[in-house]
Design a protein around this ligand. Structure first.
Ligand SMILES: [Zn+2]
Length: 407
């Protein structure tokens, strides 16, 4: 999601043509980034003013992007008494798609999103992936992805890439998932997955699910919330810290393991082997079991029980809210983050968690009396990591727009 442009290295062996190609790539990035990040349609004149490029240069670049089905032109509108009417430019709808995939503990899925942000396809398959066989689960995911890509291509939509979200520690340098405690997966080689259809032609990459869910949140808020902590409440609890529009990944991309921060050193055992982790109180399994519900059931069951005033459900939510507040207080004290977004299953449960979370934050965050710490539910929708993966694929176009141009 970084909006910085990549500049090709200009070595002495490269000639004028290469420099011009590099310059065009840079300018295409500028123009495309402005259109994708605008709050509404923009004109060629708007783009010239915003980028400092000439009207002629902007027009030539826009023509290329329209021809490539990256941008769309609307009907001309007269904006003033003089001059030609302006043609509004928007991200193209239903032409190119990014594919976001996810394996989580109680579902897997595939979602395709276009440049306009419309969901073109979404398949979510509930399942029980506790202590599962990665080969079996990933084969199932691959079959669903193949079907989705086939349907999109039949509609004339180009799928330009795919990102898989996993609830654990992904090591891209080694092409491995190092650990996903709730799946029971450890040291899973991902290279074979990238070699099977349809992933072999989509350049599949793999990322932590909370990081991608945070991208979906950032996009859903029209990029106006630039720094926040996203809490991904699933069976496991992930966290992603966005700072200045970029996910802070840590040295290896493994930061944000909020679910394994300690709430009580002698607390209940966690799937990771330690005791008293946040997940053991506030993960979806912990919440459902404490409320006397099937851990594989939908979180709507818990919400319905709470709405009915069920004592066990309310007690489970109070305990989870307390634990979440304790963990978040530690996080806020360490990072000075001012905005916390509760995502995943916490979205529908937030009304029952809020008071317990904020009570702990008020009591434990040193700056609480002097800051405006905001805690609110996610607006990114269900399975946000799938959406975020698709969005991230499409944002890759800004860094490499010529990949879509006619050769
Ligand atoms: Zn743990």
């Amino acid at each position: 999601m970084s909006t910085s442009q990549q500049h090709a290295r200009r070595g002495p062996s490269r000639g004028t043509a290469a420099r011009q190609a590099s310059l065009r790539e840079h300018n295409l990035s500028l123009v495309l980034g402005h259109v994708l990040d605008a709050d509404g349609p923009v004109s060629r004149a708007d783009l010239a003013a915003a980028t400092g490029l000439t009207r002629a240069t902007v027009s030539a670049l826009v023509d290329l992007l329209v021809e490539s089905r990256v941008l769309a032109e609307g009907d001309p509108v007269q904006t003033g008494s003089a001059g030609r009417p302006a043609v509004p430019l928007t991200p193209a709808r239903g032409t190119l798609a990014g594919l976001g995939l996810e394996v989580n503990v109680d579902y897997l899925g595939v979602r395709a999103v276009d440049l306009a942000g419309d969901v073109l396809e979404s398949v979510v398959v509930p399942g029980d992936h506790h202590a599962s066989d990665p080969a079996v689960v990933l084969a199932d995911l691959t079959a669903h992805a193949e079907a989705v890509v086939g349907r999109l291509e039949a509609r004339g939509i180009d799928v330009i890439g795919a990102i898989l979200a996993l609830p654990g520690l992904v090591d891209p340098s080694a092409d491995r998932l190092r650990l996903a405690p709730n799946l029971g997966w450890a040291d899973v080689d991902l290279s074979a997955l990238r070699e099977v259809a349809p992933f072999d032609r989509l350049g599949l990459t793999v990322t932590n699910e909370a990081n991608l869910a945070a991208v979906a949140e950032w996009r859903a808020r029209s990029r106006h919330l630039q720094s926040f902590l996203y809490v991904s409440g699933e069976v496991g609890i992930g966290g992603a810290l966005l700072h200045d529009n970029a996910v802070f990944g840590g040295v290896r991309g493994w930061s944000g393991e909020l679910g394994h921060t300690t709430v009580e050193p002698d607390g209940p055992e966690c799937a990771c082997g330690a005791r008293g982790c946040l997940e053991a109180y506030a993960g979806k399994d912990a919440l459902m079991v404490a409320a006397g519900l099937d851990r594989l059931g939908p979180v709507a069951d818990l919400r319905a029980r709470a709405d009915d005033g069920d004592t066990a459900a309310l007690a489970a939510l109070a305990r989870a809210g307390w634990a979440l507040g304790v963990a978040l207080a530690n996080f806020v004290n360490l990072t000075d983050v001012a905005h916390v977004v509760l995502g995943g299953v916490y979205g529908p449960l937030e009304p029952y968690l809020r008071a317990h979370v904020t009570a702990e934050l008020d009591a434990r965050v040193l700056t609480a009396p002097r800051s405006d710490l905001v805690v609110e539910p996610s607006v990114a929708g269900d399975e946000a990591a799938m959406t975020g993966g698709a969005v991230e694929v499409l944002r890759g176009l800004i860094a490499n727009p010529s990949s879509r141009l006619p050769s």
